[in-house]
Ligand binder design. Structure first.
Ligand code: 4AD
Ligand code: MG
Length: 504
C-alpha cells in the first residue's frame, strides 16, 4: 500500500510504511507527516484511540523515524495530496534522534556530505523523479523510432574526446582508460544495425570546479548510418521535443515542488534556431541582435538590475536583524525571521556571484576571438537571448574532435553540432557527421597525436562498406539540470562524482 494510491482507498483502513518527515502535536492529537517514497501524507493520532503509552512515544518521534502505521483514509482537500489518515495503530521500527538534516537552511557542502540522507528531501525527490521520467522517455523515443540499444565498453584502449580528460586505469598490467564516450563503438554498431543508441556512464577527468562538469556522467549516444548533419539536427530536435513534452505532461507535481516556471520548457517545443558558428560568433560579440536583443547591452542592463537586487537583499537582512532584537518578541517569530535571514544570506551570496560573473561575461563576449571554441561564458551569453535551445553547427575544424567530417563546400569547417540550452545553461548535446574518408581521418589521428594502432579497428569501418553517418551525445545530467533549472549539475545525479568529491 503506497501513499500515491490513497485515492483508491477512501474510507478504508490501510497500512502505510515510511518515514517521519514532520511531526507536531496539539491538545491530545499528534500530526505525523509520513513519507514513503511515493508521496507524503498527514497521519493524525488521537490520544484516546492510541492510548497514553503509544501517544507519548509518537509525540517525541524524531525526523526520519521509521514507522508502520494503520489507519482510515479520509478525503480532505486541505491536506497535501488531498487525503489524511486517522491512525488506529503505530508500530515504531526506529525512533531517530538528531537526524542531521533539519528544517533550517543548510550550506550546500554540508548537504553534499550528507547526500545519502539529503536524497530523502522533497526537492531532491522531485528532481530524481524528473530524471527518471527523462530516462524513460529517452528509451521510449529511440525504441519507437526503431533504434537498437547497444552497450559500449567502459574499459577502453583509445581516447575519444581528447587526451586531456582521460582517467587512466590498469587492465591486467596494461594501461587502459575509462570511456569518455561510447561513440566510436557506436559507429561500429550502427554499421551492423543501421540505427543504434548507447546509454551508459562516461568519465572525464575535469580538474576544475564548474557548475556544468561531473567526472562521471551518463550519456545517450545515438548513431545512424546514412544520416548527414542535417538529418542529425532534425533528429536531435524531435528527440528533445519528445522528452520535454513528456516531462511537462507527467511531472507537473514534481515541477511544482521544485518551483520550476515551465514557460521556457513550453517555448522549447518550437523548432530550435540553427546557426552556423560564424553567425553565432557575430551574436556573441554583439555585432548582430536577436529579436531586438543585443548580447552586450542586455548584459549591461542585467548588471544594473543585479546591483539593485543585491542592495535590496542587504537591506532586508538588516531590517530583519533589527526586528529580532526587539524586546518581547515571541520565540516563534524570532525563529521565523532567523530562518528568513539565513535564506536571504544564501540569496545574497548567489547575487554576489552573479555580480562577479556578469562583467566577466561581458568581457569575454566583447573579446571573443574568431576561431576559438565556445567557453561556458560564451554559451551563457548567447543562450540568454533565446527562449528555446539553439543548435550551432559548422565549427572551425581545429577546435573540434578528430572524427568530424569537413564541410564539403568549405574545408575550414567541421560538421559538428552543439545544442545549447537557454537560460544560460549552454551545451547539452554535442554531435555531428563523421569523417568517412580514410586519408582525412588518418591525417587527423596523426595531427591529434593519437596512437594509430589503437584506432586500426575504427579505420576498418572506413575500409569495409563505409557510408555517410552521424550521431550525437546528450549529457543526461546537463539535460536534467536545465529542465529542473538547477544551479549546479551536482543535484541532477544521485551521487555526483566531481573534482574533489568521491564520498558519499
Ligand atoms: O561534446 P561531447 O564531449 O561529445 C562527445 O562525447 C561525442 N562523442 C558525442 C557523440 O557525438 N556521440 O559530450 C557530449 C555531451 C555534452 O554535450 C554534455 O552534455 C555532456 O556530454 N558532457 C558532460 N556532462 C557532465 N559533465 C561533463 N564533464 C561533461 N562532458 C560532456
Ligand atoms: Mg562538446
Amino acid at each position: 500500500m503506497f501513499i500515491k494510491d490513497l485515492s483508491k482507498y477512501k474510507g478504508e483502513e490501510v497500512i502505510l510504511k515510511g518515514w517521519v518527515s514532520n511531526r507536531r502535536d496539539s491538545k491530545g492529537l499528534v500530526f505525523i507527516v509520513l513519507r514513503d517514497g511515493t508521496g507524503i501524507c498527514q497521519c493524525v493520532g488521537d490520544i484516546n484511540i492510541l492510548g497514553d503509552e503509544v501517544f507519548n512515544k509518537a509525540v517525541s518521534l524524531g525526523l526520519e523515524s521509521s514507522l508502520i502505521v494503520k489507519g482510515k483514509v479520509i478525503e480532505d482537500e486541505r491536506q497535501i495530496g488531498g487525503f489524511e489518515v486517522q491512525l488506529s495503530q503505530i508500530n515504531i521500527l526506529q525512533d531517530v534522534k538528531n537526524y542531521p538534516i533539519s528544517k533550517k537552511e543548510h550550506g550546500v557542502d554540508f548537504l553534499m556530505d550528507n547526500r545519502h540522507l539529503w536524497l530523502r528531501s522533497n526537492r531532491q525527490w522531485a528532481i530524481m523523479k524528473i530524471r527518471n521520467q527523462i530516462i524513460f522517455s529517452i528509451h521510449n523515443f529511440f525504441q519507437s523510432e526503431g533504434f537498437v540499444q547497444m552497450d559500449a565498453p567502459i574499459f577502453s584502449g583509445n581516447a575519444c574526446e581528447g587526451t586531456s580528460t582521460l582517467f587512466e586505469t590498469e587492465y591486467y598490467g596494461e594501461p587502459a582508460y575509462l570511456s569518455q564516450s561510447g561513440q566510436l563503438y557506436g559507429e561500429a554498431m550502427a554499421m551492423a544495425m543501421g540505427k543504434i543508441y548507447t546509454f551508459g556512464p562516461t568519465f572525464r577527468a575535469e580538474k576544475s570546479k564548474t557548475r556544468r562538469h561531473l567526472s562521471e556522467f551518463w550519456m545517450i549516444e545515438p548513431e545512424m548510418a546514412f544520416f548527414d548533419i542535417f538529418d542529425n539536427m532534425n533528429l536531435i530536435e524531435s528527440f528533445l521535443h519528445f522528452v520535454i513534452k513528456d516531462v511537462l505532461q507527467n511531472c507537473q507535481n514534481e515541477l511544482k515542488i521544485i518551483d520550476r516556471n515551465t514557460e521556457m520548457l513550453e517555448s522549447s517545443l518550437a523548432p530550435f534556431p540553427r546557426l552556423t558558428y560564424d553567425q553565432a560568433v557575430k551574436i556573441i560579440k554583439g555585432e548582430k541582435d536577436v529579436n531586438g536583443l543585443n548580447s552586450i547591452t542586455s548584459l549591461e542592463q542585467l548588471l544594473i538590475e543585479t546591483n539593485d537586487k543585491f542592495e535590496k537583499i542587504k537591506n532586508e537582512i538588516s531590517d530583519r536583524e533589527l526586528k529580532i532584537k526587539t524586546p518581547g518578541m515571541k520565540k516563534g517569530e524570532i525563529n521565523f525571521n532567523q530562518n528568513k535571514i539565513d535564506q536571504l544570506k544564501n540569496d545574497l551570496k548567489e547575487t554576489e556571484e552573479e555580480l562577479r560573473n556578469i562583467p566577466q561575461w561581458i568581457n569575454s563576449a566583447k573579446n571573443f576571438e574568431y576561431g576559438n571554441d565556445f567557453g561556458g561564458s560564451d554559451e551563457t551569453v548567447i543562450t540568454r537571448l533565446y527562449n528555446s535551445p539553439i543548435m550551432v553547427y559548422d565549427w572551425p575544424h581545429e577546435v573540434k574532435a578528430f572524427y568530424l567530417k569537413r564541410n564539403p563546400d568549405d574545408n575550414r569547417f567541421a560538421r559538428g553540432v552543439d545544442v545549447l540550452a537557454p537560460e544560460g545553461y549552454g551545451e547539452i548535446v554535442g554531435g555531428g557527421e563523421r569523417e568517412t574518408n580514410l586519408e582525412m581521418l588518418t591525417a587527423k589521428i596523426i595531427e591529434h597525436k593519437l596512437p594509430m594502432e589503437a584506432f586500426e579497428w575504427y579505420l576498418d569501418l572506413r575500409r569495409y562498406g563505409s557510408v555517410p553517418h552521424a550521431g550525437f551525445g546528450l549529457g543526461l545530467e546537463r539535460l536534467v539540470t536545465w529542465v529542473c533549472k538547477l544551479k549546479h549539475v551536482r543535484e541532477s545525479i544521485p551521487f555526483p562524482r566531481m573534482y574533489g568529491r568521491l564520498l558519499p
